[in-house]
Write a new protein. Structure first.
Lengths: 99, 202
């Protein structure tokens, strides 16, 4: 029984670690970051249906919104260039930039 | 006097409704979340968390009873376990309605249905429906011994809820913090079932 519990825990922890959509961006001075308005505009121009909100996370802009395909996602963007780095839909990775 | 109040069905209903009062207040005031989430999105987490917490509490009652067979509180809780189950379901309904409003379109919901964090939530919800519908004296009598079998599906719902929580939030910590105590109690229960002799010392 103890083994079963231990295996379950290990599985859950590794599943959780994999699910974590955290993406790390290189540290860049905040003064060089795209403003929230600028990135929102950029996304809307590229077809995003909605940009709900964003916050800095792991040195990137983390954006909550709806993609051109109508998917509700959490996205990580390069704070300076606005390049899309990662897209996750409820923990499912839709896109990840390979570095 | 106090005994009478505590034992009244209304008392437990009010306790179970407490998180709901706050949520209703937020809903009616249309307050937005700390980072500007619209009300329906802001209430998604607390409604789901209340459903999960109350379900976990209901599931903890039996192992606690085994641990403390003479304790009056757990005996009192056991008599009211079905109320906890129904309350968990009501919060789950509220949670699901908020999700539907928040998503807005069927297409958007279908699109993410196959994401692990989403279908597990639906699974837990659909398991909850028959459990809530049979949480009354009539159903207990009508179903007889199969009532227990039906209600054991709460274990599937619990695991689905745990996975749903972890994957929707991309975060394992807060969900595990709620479920590990339950897992430990269930471990204790299984251990007791496999070692019936160790009861002597209890």
């Amino acid at each position: 029984m103890k083994n079963v519990l231990a295996i379950t825990l290990v599985l859950l922890v590794s599943a959780g670690a994999q699910a974590s959509g955290i993406y790390e961006c290189d540290a860049v001075d905040r003064s060089e970051w795209l403003t929230e308005e600028r990135l929102t505009q950029q996304l809307i121009e590229s077809g995003w249906q909605e940009v709900r909100r964003m916050k800095p996370d792991g040195g990137c802009w983390e954006v909550y919104g709806t993609t051109p395909d109508g998917q509700r996602v959490e996205g990580y963007f390069d704070p300076v260039t606005g390049e899309q780095l990662l897209l996750a839909q409820r923990g499912r990775i839709l896109f990840r930039k390979e570095d | 006097m106090i005994r009478k109040i505590v034992d009244a069905p209304l008392f437990i209903w009010i306790i179970l409704a407490l998180p709901g009062f706050r949520m209703t207040n937020t809903l009616l005031s249309g307050a937005t979340g700390p980072v500007g989430q619209p009300t329906e999105e802001y209430l998604l987490h607390p409604s789901g968390e209340s459903a999960a917490q109350i379900m976990i509490l209901a599931m903890m009652i039996t192992p606690f009873r085994m641990m403390f067979p003479k304790n009056k509180f757990w005996a009192w809780m056991l008599k009211r376990r079905r109320y906890f189950g129904v309350a968990a379901f009501v919060y789950a309904v509220f949670h699901t309605v908020l999700y539907i409003v928040d998503m807005g379109t069927v297409r958007a919901m279908l699109d993410e249905f196959t994401a692990l964090g989403i279908w597990t939530g639906w699974l837990a919800f659909f398991i909850f429906i028959p459990l809530a519908l049979t949480s009354n004296d009539y159903s207990v009598r009508a179903l007889g011994s199969s009532w227990k079998t039906v209600h054991r599906f709460v274990y599937v719902a619990a695991i689905a809820t745990l996975v749903h929580w972890i994957f929707v939030h991309n975060n394992i910590g807060p969900a595990l913090a709620r479920f590990v105590p339950l897992a430990l109690l269930e471990g204790y229960r299984i251990w007791r079932m496999m070692n019936p002799k160790s009861m002597a010392g209890a």
